[in-house]
Design a protein around this ligand. Structure first.
Ligand code: XMP
Length: 485
């Protein structure tokens, strides 16, 4: 692989990828599968940013359904963040582990109330030992009086089709098809309820064949923590909510606090826990985080669209050079890197992956969509959403669960200093659905891969040859000498 790495720092606009001989005839031959961490593979290389104007449950659900993954931000109380994780885990859950039940002596009125409150269309009828006695669906009670007992209108166990927990989803599908039923309870040898599969959930799953799923078929989600002592308690709640990865999310990841946090998590949770850590911008940063147990390292100091770190602190590394340098170290350490920040178009994704990243983290391009938190604002007849850097002053002050002392401490660990924000708040154009945005970006990625004759992301890295461009080259790359309609 030929990589440009000189003593000048290069960013995405400074280079172009050379076209290579390609035998690809259809973009369908192209596989965008990649590693998010050492043990988590996802189908598209896109991760949504851990920012309060980008990723909560709604965005994370869309990301996972499309084949990527979202990182739930940490700028809310830990319980609320864990609830956001749980919402993603519940979203397309094919096997409901604890289905809602009712006792046969209850009335239709109580069943109606329960179904309404839970927003579901049926209840399993069980005795006090959780043994299956029947099923009650909305249809069963359409014409029943409120006072009728559940046992008098349910479909009894003897008329029901049930399955054992070893059933595969394909088997479940053929049962739904053959018996024209909508709910398939799972019971053990003693007829005790162990779960429920509904055909609605199964169909939803089929609607998203590319989705990122855990071993139980649930959507995958990651969640962010900081590096303060109490963030270990936050991690505990997130892990209990079954987050698939914990992302240690700090501006300066190449720090002893970040290293200590990785070590602590490893000590407590062992090898299984997938830990992402960052941000760094040097090979040493990658080595130091990976050597204490990070399963993926996030790269990017200051490239983000709402970052002012480079202006305020004078620190950073243009993102393409940061990726090139970090990717070399990452390859040695066998750890994937996430290129975080500065992605403005699909071409930047192609360049970031070609330079050695396994995934890219995106903030701004997703912040303008329906799925990001916050309302659409109309200004001078145009629609916008608010996007803000997490180190911007209003983001810091807006974290209402913190005291002012906490804020000062979080900002620079030294309350006597005043704070110089390292991020800005901004209006960004409203852009509609995140899923459409992701499809557009992936279409661009596939195009880039086909120009390089790359069927996989690994081949994209192998085939990558960058050429540096001048200002004249950049001008030539844009539409020019025409009035764009
Ligand atoms: P984009 O370019 O996609 O970048 O908007 C998103 C990434 O920007 C980082 N980030 C910040 N960096 N000050 C910074 O220097 C900030 O206030 C800030 N907020 C977010 C972060 O890495 C995110 O994923």
């Amino acid at each position: 692989m030929v990589k440009v790495l000189e003593d000048v720092g290069l960013s995405f606009d400074d280079v172009l990828l050379l076209p290579r001989k390609s035998s690809i005839v259809s973009r369908r031959e192209i596989d965008t599968k990649t590693e998010f961490t050492q043990r988590i593979t996802i189908n598209i290389p896109i991760v949504s940013a851990a920012m309060d104007t980008v990723t909560e449950a709604t965005m994370a659900i869309t990301m996972a359904r499309e084949g990527g993954i979202g990182v739930i931000h940490r700028f809310i109380p830990p319980e609320k963040q864990a609830e956001e994780v749980a919402k993603v885990k519940r979203a397309d859950n094919v096997i409901i582990e604890k289905p809602s039940t009712i006792h046969p002596d209850r009335t239709v009125a109580e069943a109606r109330e329960l179904m309404k409150n839970l927003g579901i269309s049926g209840l399993l009828v069980v005795d006090s030992e959780n043994r299956l006695l029947g099923i009650l669906t909305r249809r069963d009670i359409l014409f029943e009086d409120n006072s009728t007992r559940v046992s008098d209108c349910m479909t009894p166990r003897r008329d029901m089709i049930v399955a054992e927990s070893s059933i595969s989803l394909e088997e479940a599908r053929s049962i739904f098809k053959k018996h024209k039923i909508e709910k398939l309870p799972i019971v053990d040898k003693d007829n005790k309820v162990k779960g429920l599969i509904t055909c609605v959930d199964l169909l939803k799953r089929e609607a998203y064949p590319n989705a990122s799923r855990d071993s139980k078929g649930r959507l995958m989600v990651a969640a962010a923590i900081g590096v303060k002592e109490k963030e270990i308690d936050r991690a505990k709640l997130l892990i209990e909510a079954e987050a698939d990865a914990i992302v240690i999310d700090v501006a300066h990841g190449h720090s002893s606090m970040c290293i200590e946090t990785i070590k602590k998590l490893r000590r407590i949770y062992g090898d299984e826990l997938q830990i992402v850590a960052g941000n760094v911008a040097t090979a040493e940063g990658v080595e130091d985080l990976a050597s204490v147990g990070a399963n993926a390292v996030k790269v990017g100091v200051g490239p983000g669209s709402v970052c002012t770190t480079r202006i305020v602190a004078g620190v950073g590394m243009p993102q393409l050079s940061a990726i090139l340098e970090c990717a070399e170290a990452a390859e040695k350490m066998d750890v994937p890197i996430i290129a975080d920040g500065g992605i403005r178009e699909s071409g930047d994704i192609v360049k970031a992956l070609a330079a050695g990243a396994s995934t890219v983290m995106i903030g701004r391009l997703l912040a303008g969509t329906d799925e990001s938190p916050g309302a659409v604002i109309v200004k001078n007849g145009k629609r916008y959403k608010i996007y803000r850097g997490m180190a911007s002053i209003y983001a810091m002050l807006g974290r209402e669960f913190r005291s002012r002392e906490d804020i000062a401490e979080a900002l620079i660990d030294s309350p006597e200093y005043s704070y110089y924000a390292e991020g800005v708040e901004a209006y960004i154009p409203y852009t509609g659905s995140a899923s459409e945005m992701i499809k557009k970006l992936i279409s661009g990625l596939r195009s880039g891969m086909s120009y390089l004759g790359a069927r996989t992301i690994k081949e994209l890295k192998q085939n990558a040859k960058f050429v540096r461009v001048t200002l004249a080259g950049i001008k030539e790359s844009m539409p020019h000498d025409v009035e764009v309609i």
